[in-house]
Design a binder for this molecule. Structure first.
Ligand code: FO1
Length: 307
């Protein structure tokens, strides 16, 4: 059974780690968002790809990103030089960006550089960027257009959002294997990630949405909204700002036409009939991925819901 996961950052990484603990890693493909990528002092940083790789390698940082127990000598050094650095790259994390950037400068694609990083971390899950082309997320705000990390980290996601722009989308082509992984999977899962800035950018790449619509897979999505709040990050605030109902039902509406089954948390079980009224199958269970056991439990329940 081949399982493809459309993945954003931390929620997706935790789900993938659970999945890899209950099915063979070789059967899993993660198609990852690159809209959060940034250039940091000349280095190519891919936060969502890295969260997936670090979490699968058992190295995830205390906040879900970066490397657990990492040190900050480089950051401290930059600040000592008077650089007002707001993006917190740790020392061990830095090694990943050096390897990736070296590969890219030597002519490798982002897919090839990602494979090099994943292999170096001993992963057998296939980790694919959705595209090898530049495909940044730009956040439209009352203060103007902001690059994603400028909005998310520098402005602490505190600026009201008006929408999103994907200036690379028209030219971005799916990375090798992406369309096939979506079209030919047995099970396809939209991870509990932000629908606008994690899953949205994936669907903007030419051919990805069509592959999802045409896929022969059983297609499921796990709600990132539980009890009207996001487990992590600004998804709830974004839904509110953009006029969507801030609930699992609001997320289900966004995915109607793309999936067969919507999974929500037990606390939202009262929404099951409304989700079914959208023409979706709907299942409720405990979707909180607390600890290794919680991640495995959610993965098992998703597989059960697919069969
Ligand atoms: N998030 C923060 O809130 N502050 C940071 O300084 C920060 C640094 C960082 C470095 C590497 C990395 O891979 C991720 C990092 N993140 C940081 C998280 C990142 O901004 C978000 O997790 C994703 O882009 C959203 O999915």
């Amino acid at each position: 059974m081949n399982i493809t996961v459309l993945a954003g950052g931390i929620g997706a990484a935790r789900f993938l780690a659970g999945l890899a603990s209950v099915v063979p890693s070789e059967s899993i493909t993660a198609v990852c968002n690159v809209g959060d990528d940034l250039t940091w002092h000349g280095l190519h940083v891919s936060p969502d790809i890295d969260s997936v790789i670090y979490t699968l390698a058992g190295l995830e940082g205390e906040h879900g990103w970066g490397v657990r127990g990492d040190t900050t000598a480089t950051l401290d050094g930059l600040r000592a030089l008077g650089i007002d650095e707001w993006f917190g790259i740790g020392d061990r994390d830095l090694a990943t960006h050096l390897l990736r950037t070296d590969r890219l400068r030597a002519g490798a694609t982002l897919s090839e550089a990602t494979a090099a990083v994943a292999t170096a971390r001993g992963l057998r899950v296939r980790v694919l960027p959705v595209t090898d082309d530049p495909h940044p997320t730009v956040v439209r705000t009352a203060e103007g257009d902001l690059a994603f990390q400028e909005y998310f980290v520098h402005r602490r996601a505190a600026v009201p959002v008006q929408g999103f722009v994907f200036p690379g989308a028209t030219a971005a082509r799916p990375a090798p294997g992406v369309v096939e992984a979506i079209r030919d999977a047995d099970v396809l899962v939209i991870a509990p990630s932000n629908p606008f800035v994690s899953i949205g950018p994936l669907l903007e790449v030419a051919g990805v949405r069509d592959a999802l619509v045409a896929s022969r897979a059983r297609r499921l999505a796990v709600s990132p909204i539980i009890g009207g709040a996001a487990v992590k990050g600004p998804a709830a605030e974004m839904m509110q700002a953009l006029g969507h109902e801030v609930s699992a039902l609001g997320v289900a509406r966004l995915y109607t036409g793309l999936i067969d089954t919507f999974i929500l948390d037990t606390v939202d079980a009262a929404l099951l009939p409304d989700v079914r009224a959208l023409g979706l199958e709907a299942v409720a269970f405990d979707t909180m991925m607390t600890g290794d056991e919680g991640r495995a439990r959610v993965a098992r329940a998703v597989i059960a819901a697919a069969s």
